[in-house]
Design a protein around this ligand. Structure first.
Ligand SMILES: CC(C)(COP(=O)(O)OP(=O)(O)OC[C@H]1O[C@@H](n2cnc3c(N)ncnc32)[C@H](O)[C@@H]1OP(=O)(O)O)[C@@H](O)C(=O)NCCC(=O)NCCS
Length: 313
Protein backbone atom coordinates (compact mmCIF):
# COMPACT_ATOMS: atom_id res chain seq x y z
CA UNK A 1 0.00 0.00 0.00
CA UNK A 2 1.42 3.36 -0.97
CA UNK A 3 0.83 5.74 1.92
CA UNK A 4 -0.01 8.47 -0.60
CA UNK A 5 -3.24 6.61 -1.45
CA UNK A 6 -4.39 6.54 2.18
CA UNK A 7 -6.00 9.64 3.64
CA UNK A 8 -7.60 10.45 6.97
CA UNK A 9 -10.74 12.58 7.35
CA UNK A 10 -11.65 14.35 10.57
CA UNK A 11 -15.24 14.81 11.78
CA UNK A 12 -18.41 12.97 12.80
CA UNK A 13 -19.31 9.87 10.80
CA UNK A 14 -21.60 10.80 7.91
CA UNK A 15 -23.48 7.52 8.20
CA UNK A 16 -23.68 5.81 11.61
CA UNK A 17 -25.11 2.63 10.05
CA UNK A 18 -22.03 2.14 7.87
CA UNK A 19 -19.58 2.98 10.62
CA UNK A 20 -21.27 0.67 13.17
CA UNK A 21 -21.44 -2.17 10.61
CA UNK A 22 -17.72 -1.71 9.82
CA UNK A 23 -16.68 -1.76 13.47
CA UNK A 24 -18.79 -4.87 14.04
CA UNK A 25 -16.99 -6.64 11.21
CA UNK A 26 -13.60 -5.57 12.49
CA UNK A 27 -14.17 -6.35 16.19
CA UNK A 28 -14.22 -9.95 17.35
CA UNK A 29 -15.91 -9.72 20.75
CA UNK A 30 -18.18 -6.69 20.54
CA UNK A 31 -21.14 -5.31 18.71
CA UNK A 32 -22.35 -1.73 18.64
CA UNK A 33 -25.64 -0.43 17.28
CA UNK A 34 -25.76 2.83 15.30
CA UNK A 35 -27.71 4.41 18.18
CA UNK A 36 -25.15 3.35 20.75
CA UNK A 37 -22.33 4.59 18.54
CA UNK A 38 -24.08 7.97 18.40
CA UNK A 39 -24.30 7.96 22.23
CA UNK A 40 -20.52 7.27 22.41
CA UNK A 41 -19.69 10.06 19.95
CA UNK A 42 -22.05 13.01 19.68
CA UNK A 43 -23.76 12.02 22.95
CA UNK A 44 -20.53 12.50 24.92
CA UNK A 45 -20.64 15.57 27.18
CA UNK A 46 -17.26 16.66 25.73
CA UNK A 47 -18.03 15.52 22.19
CA UNK A 48 -15.45 16.88 19.76
CA UNK A 49 -15.56 16.15 16.01
CA UNK A 50 -11.92 17.24 15.72
CA UNK A 51 -11.00 14.05 17.59
CA UNK A 52 -12.82 11.66 15.24
CA UNK A 53 -10.72 10.13 12.47
CA UNK A 54 -11.68 7.91 9.52
CA UNK A 55 -9.02 6.37 7.25
CA UNK A 56 -9.78 5.67 3.59
CA UNK A 57 -7.81 3.86 0.94
CA UNK A 58 -8.98 4.56 -2.60
CA UNK A 59 -12.39 5.54 -1.23
CA UNK A 60 -12.80 2.44 0.98
CA UNK A 61 -13.22 2.88 4.74
CA UNK A 62 -10.24 1.03 6.25
CA UNK A 63 -9.86 2.38 9.78
CA UNK A 64 -11.57 4.41 12.51
CA UNK A 65 -10.42 6.06 15.69
CA UNK A 66 -12.64 8.10 17.98
CA UNK A 67 -11.04 10.05 20.81
CA UNK A 68 -12.24 12.43 23.47
CA UNK A 69 -10.76 14.72 26.08
CA UNK A 70 -11.62 15.02 29.75
CA UNK A 71 -10.62 17.41 32.51
CA UNK A 72 -10.41 15.29 35.62
CA UNK A 73 -9.21 16.65 38.92
CA UNK A 74 -7.63 19.59 37.10
CA UNK A 75 -5.71 17.39 34.69
CA UNK A 76 -6.37 17.11 30.99
CA UNK A 77 -6.56 13.52 29.83
CA UNK A 78 -7.01 12.20 26.32
CA UNK A 79 -8.83 8.96 25.61
CA UNK A 80 -9.08 6.70 22.60
CA UNK A 81 -12.70 5.67 23.03
CA UNK A 82 -13.15 3.30 20.08
CA UNK A 83 -10.81 2.04 17.41
CA UNK A 84 -10.65 -0.51 14.66
CA UNK A 85 -8.85 -1.31 11.42
CA UNK A 86 -10.34 -3.33 8.56
CA UNK A 87 -9.24 -6.99 8.90
CA UNK A 88 -7.77 -6.99 5.40
CA UNK A 89 -5.76 -3.84 6.02
CA UNK A 90 -3.93 -4.63 9.25
CA UNK A 91 -0.19 -4.39 9.82
CA UNK A 92 0.08 -1.73 7.12
CA UNK A 93 0.46 1.27 9.42
CA UNK A 94 -3.17 2.43 9.33
CA UNK A 95 -3.63 2.10 13.10
CA UNK A 96 -0.37 3.95 13.66
CA UNK A 97 -1.36 6.79 11.31
CA UNK A 98 -4.75 7.15 13.04
CA UNK A 99 -3.25 7.01 16.52
CA UNK A 100 -0.48 9.49 15.74
CA UNK A 101 -2.98 11.97 14.38
CA UNK A 102 -5.19 11.53 17.46
CA UNK A 103 -2.24 11.90 19.85
CA UNK A 104 -1.15 15.10 18.11
CA UNK A 105 -4.66 16.56 18.29
CA UNK A 106 -5.09 15.55 21.96
CA UNK A 107 -1.68 17.01 22.88
CA UNK A 108 -2.60 20.26 21.08
CA UNK A 109 -5.74 20.34 23.24
CA UNK A 110 -3.60 20.05 26.37
CA UNK A 111 -3.75 16.33 27.18
CA UNK A 112 -0.75 15.17 29.19
CA UNK A 113 -1.80 11.54 29.53
CA UNK A 114 -3.58 9.27 27.06
CA UNK A 115 -5.61 6.22 27.96
CA UNK A 116 -7.42 3.56 25.99
CA UNK A 117 -11.16 3.05 26.28
CA UNK A 118 -11.63 3.61 30.05
CA UNK A 119 -13.31 7.00 29.59
CA UNK A 120 -15.21 8.13 32.68
CA UNK A 121 -18.88 9.13 32.17
CA UNK A 122 -19.43 7.69 28.73
CA UNK A 123 -17.50 4.58 27.71
CA UNK A 124 -18.15 1.44 25.75
CA UNK A 125 -15.60 -0.70 27.61
CA UNK A 126 -13.47 0.22 30.66
CA UNK A 127 -10.16 -0.74 29.02
CA UNK A 128 -8.78 -3.17 26.44
CA UNK A 129 -10.09 -6.72 26.59
CA UNK A 130 -6.78 -8.66 26.44
CA UNK A 131 -8.34 -11.17 24.05
CA UNK A 132 -7.81 -8.35 21.53
CA UNK A 133 -4.14 -9.32 21.73
CA UNK A 134 -3.16 -7.39 18.56
CA UNK A 135 -4.56 -4.28 20.26
CA UNK A 136 -2.26 -4.82 23.25
CA UNK A 137 0.75 -5.32 20.95
CA UNK A 138 -0.29 -2.19 19.09
CA UNK A 139 -0.66 -0.21 22.34
CA UNK A 140 2.79 -1.28 23.59
CA UNK A 141 4.28 -0.26 20.25
CA UNK A 142 2.60 3.17 20.57
CA UNK A 143 4.24 3.59 24.01
CA UNK A 144 1.44 2.57 26.37
CA UNK A 145 1.92 0.60 29.58
CA UNK A 146 -0.64 -1.26 31.64
CA UNK A 147 -1.43 0.55 34.90
CA UNK A 148 -4.49 -1.32 36.13
CA UNK A 149 -7.33 -3.64 35.44
CA UNK A 150 -11.11 -3.30 35.36
CA UNK A 151 -13.80 -5.96 35.44
CA UNK A 152 -17.41 -6.12 34.32
CA UNK A 153 -19.63 -8.47 36.30
CA UNK A 154 -22.91 -10.00 35.17
CA UNK A 155 -25.92 -11.10 37.14
CA UNK A 156 -28.48 -13.52 35.68
CA UNK A 157 -31.78 -11.84 36.46
CA UNK A 158 -34.30 -14.62 35.88
CA UNK A 159 -33.63 -16.76 39.02
CA UNK A 160 -32.97 -13.86 41.41
CA UNK A 161 -35.14 -13.02 44.40
CA UNK A 162 -35.31 -9.24 44.19
CA UNK A 163 -38.16 -8.61 46.64
CA UNK A 164 -37.01 -5.97 49.13
CA UNK A 165 -40.35 -5.14 50.78
CA UNK A 166 -39.65 -6.64 54.23
CA UNK A 167 -36.17 -5.04 54.46
CA UNK A 168 -37.69 -1.70 53.45
CA UNK A 169 -40.36 -2.00 56.17
CA UNK A 170 -37.65 -2.65 58.78
CA UNK A 171 -35.70 0.41 57.65
CA UNK A 172 -38.81 2.60 57.84
CA UNK A 173 -38.75 2.05 61.63
CA UNK A 174 -35.40 3.89 61.56
CA UNK A 175 -36.91 6.72 59.42
CA UNK A 176 -35.07 5.43 56.33
CA UNK A 177 -37.26 5.43 53.24
CA UNK A 178 -36.48 4.13 49.77
CA UNK A 179 -38.35 4.84 46.54
CA UNK A 180 -37.98 5.50 42.85
CA UNK A 181 -36.85 9.06 42.10
CA UNK A 182 -39.18 11.60 40.49
CA UNK A 183 -37.81 14.25 38.14
CA UNK A 184 -38.24 16.73 41.03
CA UNK A 185 -35.66 14.76 43.10
CA UNK A 186 -32.88 15.56 40.65
CA UNK A 187 -31.54 18.74 42.35
CA UNK A 188 -31.19 16.97 45.71
CA UNK A 189 -29.42 14.03 44.08
CA UNK A 190 -27.07 16.30 42.13
CA UNK A 191 -26.20 17.96 45.43
CA UNK A 192 -25.30 14.57 46.96
CA UNK A 193 -23.15 13.79 43.91
CA UNK A 194 -21.42 17.18 43.94
CA UNK A 195 -19.37 16.31 47.04
CA UNK A 196 -17.47 13.17 46.03
CA UNK A 197 -19.15 11.75 42.98
CA UNK A 198 -19.00 14.47 40.33
CA UNK A 199 -17.80 12.00 37.71
CA UNK A 200 -21.14 10.20 37.98
CA UNK A 201 -23.38 13.20 37.31
CA UNK A 202 -23.63 12.58 33.58
CA UNK A 203 -24.74 8.95 33.99
CA UNK A 204 -27.32 9.95 36.59
CA UNK A 205 -28.65 12.65 34.27
CA UNK A 206 -28.89 10.08 31.46
CA UNK A 207 -30.89 7.79 33.76
CA UNK A 208 -33.25 10.68 34.60
CA UNK A 209 -34.09 10.94 30.87
CA UNK A 210 -36.09 7.72 31.17
CA UNK A 211 -39.78 7.89 32.03
CA UNK A 212 -40.06 6.92 34.84
CA UNK A 213 -36.44 7.71 35.81
CA UNK A 214 -34.13 4.68 36.08
CA UNK A 215 -33.10 6.03 39.46
CA UNK A 216 -33.81 4.83 43.01
CA UNK A 217 -33.06 6.87 46.12
CA UNK A 218 -32.92 6.53 49.91
CA UNK A 219 -33.64 9.18 52.53
CA UNK A 220 -32.89 9.53 56.21
CA UNK A 221 -35.82 11.66 57.34
CA UNK A 222 -35.99 14.06 54.40
CA UNK A 223 -32.27 14.04 53.56
CA UNK A 224 -31.31 12.19 50.38
CA UNK A 225 -28.40 9.93 51.34
CA UNK A 226 -28.09 7.15 48.75
CA UNK A 227 -28.91 6.30 45.14
CA UNK A 228 -28.61 3.70 42.42
CA UNK A 229 -29.23 4.02 38.69
CA UNK A 230 -29.33 1.91 35.56
CA UNK A 231 -29.49 2.74 31.87
CA UNK A 232 -27.19 5.73 32.45
CA UNK A 233 -24.54 4.56 29.96
CA UNK A 234 -24.71 2.21 26.96
CA UNK A 235 -28.47 2.70 26.99
CA UNK A 236 -30.64 -0.31 26.24
CA UNK A 237 -27.94 -2.88 27.03
CA UNK A 238 -28.92 -3.69 30.64
CA UNK A 239 -26.19 -1.55 32.16
CA UNK A 240 -26.21 -0.99 35.93
CA UNK A 241 -24.69 1.87 37.88
CA UNK A 242 -23.41 3.99 39.34
CA UNK A 243 -24.61 3.69 42.91
CA UNK A 244 -23.50 5.30 46.15
CA UNK A 245 -24.44 5.54 49.82
CA UNK A 246 -23.33 8.46 51.99
CA UNK A 247 -20.98 7.30 54.75
CA UNK A 248 -23.61 8.26 57.34
CA UNK A 249 -25.99 5.60 56.00
CA UNK A 250 -23.61 2.74 55.22
CA UNK A 251 -23.86 -0.70 56.81
CA UNK A 252 -27.66 -0.76 57.06
CA UNK A 253 -28.50 -2.71 53.93
CA UNK A 254 -29.61 0.32 51.92
CA UNK A 255 -27.16 -0.34 49.05
CA UNK A 256 -28.36 -3.89 48.47
CA UNK A 257 -32.00 -2.72 48.35
CA UNK A 258 -31.17 0.04 45.86
CA UNK A 259 -29.21 -2.44 43.74
CA UNK A 260 -32.07 -4.96 43.72
CA UNK A 261 -34.61 -2.27 42.80
CA UNK A 262 -32.59 -1.41 39.69
CA UNK A 263 -32.17 -5.06 38.73
CA UNK A 264 -35.91 -5.60 39.15
CA UNK A 265 -36.53 -2.69 36.73
CA UNK A 266 -34.19 -4.31 34.21
CA UNK A 267 -35.93 -7.67 34.57
CA UNK A 268 -39.32 -5.99 34.06
CA UNK A 269 -37.92 -4.42 30.89
CA UNK A 270 -37.11 -7.88 29.55
CA UNK A 271 -33.38 -8.08 30.23
CA UNK A 272 -32.14 -11.56 31.10
CA UNK A 273 -28.92 -10.31 32.64
CA UNK A 274 -27.55 -7.16 34.16
CA UNK A 275 -24.08 -5.91 33.33
CA UNK A 276 -22.42 -4.43 36.40
CA UNK A 277 -19.47 -2.60 34.85
CA UNK A 278 -16.08 -1.35 36.05
CA UNK A 279 -16.66 -2.86 39.49
CA UNK A 280 -14.75 -2.06 42.63
CA UNK A 281 -16.68 -3.95 45.39
CA UNK A 282 -16.76 -7.36 43.67
CA UNK A 283 -17.84 -9.16 46.86
CA UNK A 284 -20.82 -6.84 47.37
CA UNK A 285 -22.33 -7.72 43.98
CA UNK A 286 -21.38 -11.41 44.25
CA UNK A 287 -23.11 -11.63 47.63
CA UNK A 288 -26.32 -9.72 46.95
CA UNK A 289 -27.19 -10.53 43.34
CA UNK A 290 -25.03 -13.59 42.66
CA UNK A 291 -22.94 -11.60 40.16
CA UNK A 292 -19.84 -13.14 38.64
CA UNK A 293 -16.86 -11.62 36.89
CA UNK A 294 -17.49 -11.69 33.18
CA UNK A 295 -15.08 -9.52 31.19
CA UNK A 296 -11.64 -8.34 32.23
CA UNK A 297 -9.99 -5.23 30.79
CA UNK A 298 -6.47 -3.91 30.94
CA UNK A 299 -6.13 -0.21 31.58
CA UNK A 300 -3.35 1.26 29.46
CA UNK A 301 -1.70 4.65 29.77
CA UNK A 302 0.85 6.75 27.92
CA UNK A 303 2.31 9.80 29.64
CA UNK A 304 3.05 12.60 27.16
CA UNK A 305 4.17 15.29 29.57
CA UNK A 306 6.63 14.15 32.17
CA UNK A 307 5.63 16.97 34.54
CA UNK A 308 2.34 15.13 35.10
CA UNK A 309 2.50 12.89 38.09
CA UNK A 310 0.87 9.55 37.40
CA UNK A 311 -2.84 10.03 37.82
CA UNK A 312 -4.73 7.06 38.98
CA UNK A 313 -8.35 6.61 39.84
C1 LIG B 1 -5.30 -2.92 17.04
C2 LIG B 1 -5.48 -2.51 15.58
C3 LIG B 1 -6.34 -1.24 15.55
C4 LIG B 1 -4.08 -2.22 14.96
O1 LIG B 1 -4.27 -1.66 13.66
P1 LIG B 1 -3.16 -1.83 12.48
O2 LIG B 1 -3.53 -0.90 11.39
O3 LIG B 1 -3.02 -3.28 12.14
O4 LIG B 1 -1.83 -1.31 13.23
P2 LIG B 1 -0.40 -0.96 12.55
O5 LIG B 1 -0.27 -1.61 11.23
O6 LIG B 1 -0.24 0.52 12.57
O7 LIG B 1 0.58 -1.65 13.62
C5 LIG B 1 1.54 -0.93 14.34
C6 LIG B 1 2.33 -1.87 15.22
O8 LIG B 1 1.49 -2.46 16.24
C7 LIG B 1 1.95 -3.80 16.51
N1 LIG B 1 0.91 -4.77 16.10
C8 LIG B 1 -0.26 -4.51 15.47
N2 LIG B 1 -0.92 -5.68 15.25
C9 LIG B 1 -0.16 -6.66 15.77
C10 LIG B 1 -0.31 -8.06 15.85
N3 LIG B 1 -1.40 -8.70 15.34
N4 LIG B 1 0.68 -8.78 16.45
C11 LIG B 1 1.76 -8.18 16.93
N5 LIG B 1 1.96 -6.83 16.87
C12 LIG B 1 1.01 -6.09 16.30
C13 LIG B 1 3.18 -4.00 15.66
O9 LIG B 1 4.29 -3.58 16.41
C14 LIG B 1 2.92 -3.05 14.50
O10 LIG B 1 4.09 -2.65 13.84
P3 LIG B 1 4.79 -3.61 12.74
O11 LIG B 1 3.69 -4.11 11.84
O12 LIG B 1 5.78 -2.71 12.07
O13 LIG B 1 5.43 -4.72 13.50
C15 LIG B 1 -6.16 -3.64 14.77
O14 LIG B 1 -5.48 -4.88 15.03
C16 LIG B 1 -7.62 -3.87 15.06
O15 LIG B 1 -8.48 -3.21 14.47
N6 LIG B 1 -7.93 -4.81 15.98
C17 LIG B 1 -9.33 -5.10 16.32
C18 LIG B 1 -10.00 -3.93 17.03
C19 LIG B 1 -9.35 -3.57 18.34
O16 LIG B 1 -8.71 -4.37 18.98
N7 LIG B 1 -9.57 -2.33 18.76
C20 LIG B 1 -9.01 -1.83 19.98
C21 LIG B 1 -7.79 -1.04 19.67
S1 LIG B 1 -7.16 -0.10 20.97
Amino acid sequence: MGPEKMFILTGWPKDYNIVAASLNQWWKFDNISPGLLHEKLEGDPMADPELCFSAFYEGELVGLLFAVRRDIREQALGYVKLMGVHRGWRRKGIGTALYQQAEKALAAKGAGVIRLYDVPLNYFMPGIDPRYTPALCFAWKMGFLQFGEAVNMVSDLIPLDLDTSSEEKNLEKQRITIRRADPEDKPALLELLSADWQLWIHEVEMAFRDDPPSVHIAFTGNILRAFSVHNGNNKGTGWFGPMGTHTALRGKGVGSILLKRCLEDMRQQGHQRAIIPWVAPIAFYAHHVNARIDRVFWRMEKVLKTNITKWSQ
